[in-house]
Design a protein around this ligand. Structure first.
Ligand code: PGA
Length: 254
């Protein structure tokens, strides 16, 4: 059972035109309108952020960006700052997704800088951590996740740490159709909660720790039924209204 109000975020990655993103956002808004007790967000591509935010204005659905730069402004061609995202109306920024770490060379140190920058702009970072298959096979999962947490969030002050959302996303489960089992996920979520509790004591229960990696309508209930799994970061299955709305509903009921 989630320890707090469950949170479901759809990560649309590099998919969708502006019109398709607005249509998907509208469909999600309508499909989950009757769901109480969950927090829902969507993360469109940059060019669709403003029209999606406009479309969702007045609804309970939040909008997340998928990335940002760590500097507030300057000569950084091609980058977008957390302040600009806040100005556009975003509530969250996904930080340190494994695709950014693996394909775009993001380091723990860079993820830490982005996390701080997002918090400084008044937004909530969704900080992604997770091990590769080789690391899991070598029994290094908790050590890897621990190092990522130490770099990105455990050095934050308490007030800032309380505003962070963590997403545990085993790299081998992302986009592969092979989700972590509820037991595998529970072990890592419990570890993450423990590390947060070292800093926050019982208040660590208030932080959301999402699971991500091949979450689907038919596996979300088993995952969300676990202690310390407080929601899901959903990629592929968030690209259609039906599957994402079903995930929100099944996960909230779990
Ligand atoms: P997936 O992606 O649900 O398609 O595995 C999850 C993510 O990358 O956040």
């Amino acid at each position: 059972m989630a320890s707090t109000r469950p949170f479901f975020c759809g990560n649309w990655k590099l998919f969708g035109s502006v019109a398709e993103s607005v249509a998907l956002a509208t469909g999600v808004r309508d499909a989950v309108a009757g769901v109480s007790g969950a927090e829902v967000a969507v993360a469109p591509g940059f060019v669709a952020l403003l029209p999606v935010i406009e479309k969702l204005r007045g609804s309970a659905i939040g909008v997340a960006a998928q990335n940002c730069h760590f500097e507030p402004k300057g000569a950084f061609t091609g980058e977008v700052s957390p302040g600009q995202l806040a100005d556009a109306g975003c509530k969250y920024v996904i930080v340190g997704h494994s695709e950014r770490r693996q394909l775009f060379g993001e380091t723990d140190a860079g993820v830490a800088r982005k996390t701080r920058a997002v918090l400084a702009a008044g937004l909530a970072p969704i900080v992604c951590v997770g091990e590769t298959l080789a690391q899991r096979d070598a029994n290094q999962t908790l050590q890897v996740v621990g190092t990522q947490l130490e770099a990105a969030v455990l050095e934050l002050g308490e007030a800032e740490l309380l505003r962070v959302v963590i997403a545990y996303e085993p790299v081998w489960a992302i986009g592969t159709g092979r989700n972590a089992t509820p037991d595998q996920a529970r072990e890592v979520h419990g570890y993450i909660r423990g590390r947060l509790a070292e800093k926050l004591g019982p208040r660590a229960k208030g932080l959301r720790i999402l699971y991500g990696g091949s979450v689907k309508p038919d596996n979300v209930a088993g995952l969300l039924a676990q202690e310390d799994i407080d929601g899901a970061l959903v990629g592929g299955a968030s690209l259609t209204v039906d599957s994402f709305a079903t995930i929100v509903k099944e996960g909230t009921r779990a």
